[in-house]
Design a protein around this ligand. Structure first.
Ligand code: AMP
Length: 682
C-alpha cells in the first residue's frame, strides 16, 4: 500500500475504538446502555452508568472527562501535561497545554493508514448527478501537494491564508494544507462582496489568498476571481493568489496569480506535518457583532478538533460507514465543524453541497439523499420552511430510508417546520436534533441528543446540554436563576475545549463581549427559556445582531453602509419576523434636508450599496424613509419602539414619556402602514 505521508505509529487510530463505537449503537438500538459501548474512555468514571450520568460527570469532573476524551480520540505527537488552565473572568482559556499534534494528520493520515480507499468527501456539485468522490488517500495527496506549494511560496507557521471558495474538495484541502504546515486559515463565505472580503483579508493580514476562477450555484456562474481581484487592490499585504479552476472558462491572471492545480502537480505527495502546540491558532472566522466591524473569532488546534469530533459523533449518532450530509457552506462555522473537521476527525464520509435547496427543483435535497444514501441530514430551518411551502410531494418522490438523524442549525426552528421535517422528511422515525451553538462555541452546545435512548425530544427545543456544557440563565440583575420555568440571558458557566480563545488582534473586545457582562461566565448574547423539566429553548439575540436565513449580521454593519450614502442623515436597522428567512431586515432612514432624490431611486441605491459592501443577504427587505427617529432625550435611538411598530404590536409600545419627541412615533406608524400596504417584502 502506498503510504503517502510519513507519520509515526502514534498517529494510527485503533480499530478497537471503531468496534466499540459500533457496539454502542447496537446497544442503543436495543434500548439499553452500557458505558463501555457508550463511550469507551468513560468506563472508569465513578458513578457513570448511562448518558445522563455521563453528562453530569462531564460537568462536575470536567478535567477528567476531557483528558480521557483527548487521549482516546486524538493522535498526539507529544502528550499534554495540563488539561485546562482557564479563567473565564480574565478571558484566559487554555486546553491541553504541553501537547503537540497536527490537525491534518488527525483528519487524514491516521485514516489513510487504516482505510485509504474510504470516501472522505462527496462533492455534490451544482448539477445533480455529477457528484465527485474523494477518498482519504486522494484527499491526503491533495493536501500534501498544496501544503508543499504553500511552503514553497513562503507560507509558514503563524501566517494566515484567506480562502474564498465555494464548498469543493480543493477548499477542504486548502484548509487542511494550512493546518498541515501550521498556517491559520481564514475562510470567507464566497457570497461576501469584494469590500467585505478586503476588510477580512486586511484584518487577518493575509499575504496569500486561495480562490476559484468562477463559482457555480443554481445554474448561475459567479465571478469569484473578479471579486478577489477587486478586493486585493485594497489589500497591500497580499502577495499571491492561488486560483483553482471550477469551470473551464479562463480568467485574466495578474502577476500575483498562479494556476493552483498546475502548480500542485509539480509538488511532492509527501508533506511533513508541522508539530503544533495545542493552543496554536487553527483558524480565524469572521462573524458579526453588535458593532459595525466584524470580529475574527479565533479557534485553536486540539480543543476545537476534539470538540468538533465528539459532537459530530454523539449528537448525530454517527457510525462508521455513514454518509453525513451537512448542507451548510464551508464559509460558516457549521461548514467548518460539521462538513470538514468533525466528520474527517472521525474518519467519516462527508458531503460538500454546492447548490441550493430548490435547484433544479424543490426535491433537490431528497433526491440527493436517495442518490448518495445519506444517513444524517443537517440543514437550516430557513430551507425547511421554504420547502414546506412547496408541498410533501417533492419529498415523497424520493427514497429516504437511509436517513437516521435529522439536524437543524443556525436559528430557531418553529414547531410547524420541526413537525414537517420529522413527519414528512423523516417519515416520523428519525430523531430531529435542534442544535444550538455559535461561531464562538466551536461546536454544538445544546441539543436533544446524546441522551438516554428513550429520552423525549420536544419539537422546536434544543433542550439538553452536551457533555461538558453547563448552561445557566441570568436575570436582569445579573443573578443566576435557579428556578424553573424561567427565562434569562444564556451563559455557559464553565469553559469547554471547543470555545473561541480570543478575537484576532483584539482580546479586549473578546473580554468585553463575552466575559465582562457576567463575570466568571461566558455570555452567549442569546436569550433562552428553560421549561419546568429543565429543557432549554433559545428565544433569540439580546443584542443588535439579527439572523437572516441562518446568517448572522449586525444591524450596525448595515447602518454603517446606509449612512455612507450622501443623501442619508441617519438610519436605524432592525430585524423583524420573516416567514421564510426567520428574520428580515427593516431599515428606517432619515434623509438630509436638501436631498431631492426620489425615494424609489434611493432605495435601489441603498440596496446596491449593502450588496456591494457586505453581501446580498444583508439587503433591507423594507426601507422606510422617515422625518426623524424616536430618540431619548440623551439622543439614543429607541429601537424597542421601532421593533414594536414593525411587529404591529402598538399596545406593546410601552412608556414613551422618555422620548424627546413622542410625535415621531405616530409618523413612523403611519409611514409603516403605507409602506407595507404597497410593498411586499423581498
Ligand atoms: P453563528 O455564529 O453565525 O452560527 O450564529 C449563532 C447564532 O445563531 C446564535 O447566537 C443564535 O442566535 C442563533 N442560533 C444558532 N443555532 C440556533 C438554534 N438551534 N436555535 C436558535 N438560535 C440559534
Amino acid at each position: 500500500m502506498w503510504l503517502p505521508c510519513r507519520c509515526t505509529s502514534k498517529t494510527m487510530v485503533t480499530s478497537y475504538a471503531r468496534r466499540v463505537f459500533n457496539s454502542y449503537f447496537r446497544v442503543f438500538g436495543r434500548w439499553k446502555c452500557n458505558v463501555a459501548a457508550l463511550m469507551p474512555e468513560a468506563v472508569g468514571f465513578e458513578g457513570v452508568k448511562d448518558c445522563s450520568s455521563l453528562q453530569e460527570f462531564s460537568v462536575s469532573n470536567s478535567a477528567s472527562f476531557w483528558a480521557a476524551a483527548a487521549r482516546h480520540r486524538l493522535s498526539w505527537i507529544k502528550p499534554f501535561h495540563t488539561v485546562q488552565d482557564c479563567d473565564l473572568s480574565l478571558g484566559r482559556i487554555k486546553w491541553f497545554e504541553g501537547g503537540q499534534l497536527n490537525v491534518s494528520v488527525n483528519c487524514l493520515d491516521r485514516h489513510v493508514h487504516t482505510c485509504p480507499e474510504r470516501v472522505a468527501l462527496i462533492w455534490e456539485r451544482d448539477e445533480p448527478g455529477s457528484e465527485i468522490k474523494v477518498t482519504y488517500r486522494q484527499l491526503l495527496e491533495m493536501t500534501c501537494r498544496l501544503g508543499n506549494l504553500l511552503r514553497r511560496h513562503g507560507v509558514k507557521k503563524g501566517d494566515c491564508v484567506t480562502i474564498y471558495m465555494p464548498p469543493c474538495p480543493l477548499a477542504v484541502a486548502s484548509m487542511l494544507a494550512c493546518a498541515r504546515i501550521g498556517a491559520a486559515h481564514n475562510v470567507v463565505f464566497a457570497g461576501f462582496s469584494a469590500e467585505a472580503l478586503a476588510e477580512r483579508i486586511r484584518d487577518a493580514q493575509s499575504r496569500t489568498v486561495i480562490t476559484v476562477n468562477q463559482g457555480v450555484r443554481a445554474g448561475k456562474v459567479t465571478e469569484l476571481k473578479r471579486t478577489v481581484d477587486a478586493a486585493v487592490k485594497d489589500c497591500p499585504s497580499v502577495q499571491q493568489v492561488l486560483v483553482a479552476m471550477r469551470t473551464e472558462n479562463p480568467v485574466t491572471m495578474t502577476a500575483k496569480d498562479m494556476d493552483m492545480e498546475e502548480e500542485m502537480l509539480k509538488e511532492d505527495m509527501v508533506c511533513e506535518p508541522e508539530a503544533m502546540d495545542s493552543e496554536d491558532v487553527l483558524f480565524l472566522l469572521y462573524t458579526s457583532g453588535s458593532t459595525g466591524k466584524p470580529k475574527g473569532v479565533v479557534h485553536t488546534q486540539a480543543g476545537y478538533l476534539l470538540y468538533a469530533a465528539l459532537t459530530h459523533r454523539y449528537v448525530f449518532s454517527y457510525q462508521d460507514g455513514d454518509v453525513f450530509g451537512c448542507v451548510a457552506d464551508i464559509g460558516w462555522i457549521t461548514g467548518h465543524s460539521y462538513s470538514v473537521y468533525g466528520p474527517l476527525a472521525n474518519g467519516g464520509t462527508t458531503v460538500l453541497f454546492e447548490s441550493t435547496p430548490i435547484y433544479p427543483d424543490p426535491g433537490r435535497y431528497w433526491e440527493m439523499v436517495q442518490r448518495l444514501k445519506i444517513n444524517q441530514f443537517y440543514g437550516a430551518p430557513t430551507a425547511i420552511r421554504l420547502l414546506l411551502k412547496y408541498g410533501d410531494q417533492w419529498v415523497q418522490k424520493y427514497d429516504r430510508s437511509t436517513l437516521k438523524t435529522l439536524g437543524s442549525v443556525g436559528e430557531p426552528i418553529n414547531t410547524e417546520a420541526w413537525e414537517w421535517y420529522h413527519r414528512v422528511v423523516g417519515d416520523g422515525r428519525c430523531p430531529v436534533v435542534d442544535t444550538w451553538w455559535q461561531t464562538e462555541t466551536g461546536g454544538i452546545c445544546i441539543t436533544p441528543r446524546p441522551s438516554d435512548p428513550d429520552a423525549e425530544i420536544v419539537p422546536g427545543m434544543a433542550m439538553r446540554p452536551f457533555f461538558g456544557i453547563k448552561p445557566v440563565l441570568m436575570d436582569t440583575e445579573g443573578k443566576v436563576v435557579t428556578s424553573n420555568p424561567a427565562s434569562g440571558a444564556l451563559c455557559l458557566a464553565q469553559p469547554w475545549p471547543g470555545m473561541a480563545r480570543t478575537i484576532h488582534n483584539n482580546h479586549q473586545r473578546f473580554i468585553e463581549t463575552y466575559c465582562q457582562p457576567h463575570p466568571g461566565y461566558f455570555f452567549t448574547g442569546d436569550g433562552a427559556y428553560r421549561s419546568k423539566e429543565g429543557y432549554y429553548q433559545i428565544t433569540g439575540r439580546l443584542d443588535d445582531v439579527i439572523n437572516v436565513s441562518g446568517h448572522r449580521i449586525g444591524t450596525a454593519e448595515i447602518e454603517d453602509v446606509v449612512n455612507q450614502c450622501s443623501a442619508v442623515a441617519e438610519s436605524a436597522v432592525i430585524g423583524y419576523s420573516h416567514d421564510i428567512k426567520g428574520q428580515g431586515v427593516y431599515a428606517f432612514v432619515v434623509l438630509k434636508k436638501d436631498t431631492d432624490d426620489q425615494e424609489a431611486d434611493l432605495s435601489q441605491q441603498l440596496n446596491n450599496m449593502v450588496s456591494k459592501k457586505i453581501a446580498k443577504y444583508a439587503c433591507p427587505d423594507f426601507i422606510q424613509f422617515v422625518q426623524r427617529l424616536p430618540k431619548t432625550r440623551s439622543g439614543k435611538i429607541m429601537r424597542r419602539v421601532l421593533r414594536k411598530v414593525v411587529e404591529r404590536d402598538l399596545d406593546g409600545l410601552g412608556d414613551l414619556s422618555t422620548l424627546d419627541d413622542p410625535a415621531a412615533v405616530q409618523e413612523i406608524i403611519q409611514g409603516h402602514r403605507e409602506l407595507c400596504g404597497k410593498q411586499q417584502p423581498s
